[in-house]
Design a protein around this ligand. Sequence first.
Ligand code: NAD
Length: 495
Amino acid sequence: MSDLFNNYIGGKWVESVSGETFDRKNPATGDLVATYTKSTPADVDAAVAAAKEAFKSWRLYPAPKRGEILYKVANLLVERKEEFAREMTEEMGKVISEARGDVQEAIDMTFYMAGEGRRMYGQTTPSELQNKFNMSVRKPLGVAGIITPWNFPMAIPSWKIMPAIISGNTVVFKPASFTPRTAIRFVQILEEAGLPAGVVNLVMGGGADVGNAIVEHPDVPLISFTGSNDTGIDVATRGARLNKRISLELGGKNAVIVMDDANLDLATDGILWSAFGTSGQRCTAASRVVAHTSVQKELVDRLVARADTMRMGDGLDESVDIGPVVSANQLKSINDYIAIGRNEGARVAVGGGIASDGNLGRGHFHQPTIFDDVKAGMRVAQEEIFGPVTSVIPVESLDEAIDVVNGVKYGLSASIFTADVNRAFRAMQDIFTGILYVNAGTTGAEIHLPFGGTKGTGNGHREAGTVAMDFFTEWQSIYVDYSGKLQRAQIDNQE
Ligand code: NAD
């Protein structure tokens, strides 16, 4: 059964002016999930106007009171977690336990940002003059454009929308076209919790129409974007011409180092979870395994044995390990990389094909795949594949391993398995990624530390934790002179 879902603008659920719709099908079964209104730049104009109007009062609404609304949101998400997780699996395919984790991440972020309503610390400093008080305070910028991908359809919007609104901004939110229903559920909860009309507006549709219109709208001073590199660079380029503040969270080519002293049971568990969770469609997925030659064979044997028995299927089945990938195009792109790797001389140790036996043929399934004997410069070891594929790259030493880890254009996440604390600290010192794990895989960030990557993964901003506030606010330095006379800084303080 299908419903028609509409945009949320100025506190009302409204159809696009286009009158057109688009469908989303379950990537595991091909069944229709729902039908959505398909928006145009005119809908973006209406959403921005509503957000701009709401900003006038929302910025003045006390931040602790904003936090109280966020606490209600978090509690409602807790109540509806299972329902939203099941819908997420239907919509984008990740297995149900991971979908629960995605909703949990939104819950954690919402509670965390609710508390920020009572902090949002600024600074006070002594003045160089008598009878004068100096401080700095955080201020919101206005309407935030929030553009998100499909792979963490509730977590990523929460990372952006919660810091945006707790600090007094209002929002125009465009989710990925593969996951609008999860976005709608999230916004429905905001509405139910009593968020005033216009503070968050939802506009559904394609990147070219809706995303572009947000990026280029003169009344949207900041854009928070997560997605692919090509789109992100395009967004940043167009936004820069309009002097906007832009945060980019882009791709990754994350690596796990396995040293000769590693606990191989632990490394095997960590690699399988990081490489094949969400069918490899995580920005932090372990798509490279940098293995010391003395453990390479043993490690690959273990990985192959386990990957071979992983169950593919509809993620709503609790016994399934690997769900579908998000679309037919994504499946083709992943499978094209298998041919690219083979042609480059990499050896397929396990998997290597599209899975279409029985019911799998109804959806978009790719076998968990491990390339062995990969060279660090090969395309499969350099480019983001975004599927259940990982490449084992043999190395002779820690120095060589670190060079391999750093030798890609991305810098999101990395990990090292070793029993030697000195090697662990060398990795922390010399690996240039935004996130680093010791004796764990490359995924599993917690919401209260900075999240983001170096080099091609982003443009220097970080999400999550208190640092998220740095993007969504700007500083105002305030000098209060209560001396009753003109006191000139740098001039009257000399004697
Ligand atoms: P995508 O770039 O195709 O789309 C992301 C969003 O941008 C979607 O909402 C899309 O509709 C919109 N968009 C597309 N064209 C646009 C345009 N011209 N102007 C404005 N918006 C436009 O990415 P995707 O396929 O949805 O997501 C997968 C990518 O996201 C991967 O590369 C992955 O690594 C990355 N990702 C990064 C992080 C991170 O934090 N670093 C997290 C998750 C995903």
